[in-house]
Design a binder for this molecule. Structure first.
Ligand SMILES: Nc1ncnc2c1ncn2[C@@H]1O[C@H](COP(=O)(O)OP(=O)(O)OP(=O)(O)O)[C@@H](O)[C@H]1O
Length: 238
């Protein structure tokens, strides 16, 4: 099933076009990575898919009318209730969604984000990786169909990144569709089912990691990224 289909979406800010007519499809239960250079238009695209930024042109079809209630979003920094523990934060965020979480549900969430041992730790004392996992857990409290994560593993050490990846994979196994943006090609190659590579407001490549490597005869995603986002190379090919 297709959750979202954007066709020819454009967005400009102050007469500068930052998304230049792109098509994006999000398929149920997939992990879709949005990658690209700084300023490529990834966050703007996510904003349009989320329904918080209206496209200037083009159309987006979504899987249900009340889609906003079925999406979870994690932006680059999620503010926690600092004087409260991990467990209390889960309860407080659940209350924002008008949900009451019983002991068993809290336990399940803590296991899902591998934070059982940190359940009584104040949010402000959690490590960077633990905070990111708690932030992702918060996006899933209302059992959304789709979660959108803006650079979920940015700034983490290898163990932290590994744990975030494991959590994202587990969510996808439980039928949550994941759209995430990243600058980390290793992370992307390890978890994404499909990749969309953006550069200067356009999609320059998209597909499954393996087929992209074959199509472009490149060894790894990093080389592909460098090749397709190299303006001097692009000029030379014009
Ligand atoms: N609200 C806004 N007003 C004006 N310009 C904006 C606005 N939002 C984004 N832009 C500009 O649009 C361009 C695309 O920004 P966007 O945040 O979508 O890129 P990105 O690919 O997510 O970048 P990064 O990887 O650095 O987060 C940038 O040049 C940015 O400065």
């Amino acid at each position: 099933m297709i959750l979202m289909e954007a066709k020819g979406i454009h967005k400009q800010f102050h007469n500068r076009e930052v998304v230049k007519g792109i098509d994006v499809e999000i398929r149920q239960s997939e992990i879709l990575a949005l990658i690209g250079t700084n300023g490529a238009g990834k966050s703007t695209t996510m904003g349009m898919l989320l329904g918080i930024l209206p496209p200037d042109a083009g159309a987006i079809t979504r899987w249900r009318e009340d889609y906003k209630a079925h999406i979870g979003v994690q932006l680059q920094s999620t503010p926690f209730f600092e004087g409260y523990t991990t467990e209390e934060n889960l309860q407080l965020f659940a209350a924002l969604y008008n949900l009451r979480m019983g002991k068993e549900q809290i336990q399940k969430k803590l296991e899902e984000c591998n934070l059982q041992e940190a359940r009584k730790t104040l949010a402000s004392r959690l490590s960077g990786g633990q905070q990111k996992r708690l932030a992702i857990a918060v996006t899933t409290l209302h059992n959304p169909d789709l979660i959108i994560l803006d650079e979920p593993a940015a700034g983490l050490d290898p163990r932290g990144r590994h744990e975030v990846r494991t959590m994202i994979k587990r969510l996808a196994q439980n039928k949550v569709t994941v759209l995430f943006s990243s600058h980390d090609m290793e992370e992307v190659s390890r978890i994404a089912d499909r990749i969309i590579l953006m550069h200067e407001g356009l999609i320059v490549a998209q597909g499954e990691p393996e087929s992209l490597l074959q199509q472009y005869h490149t060894e790894n995603l990093e080389s592909l990224y460098l090749e397709l986002t190299d303006n001097t190379q692009a000029e030379a090919n014009r």
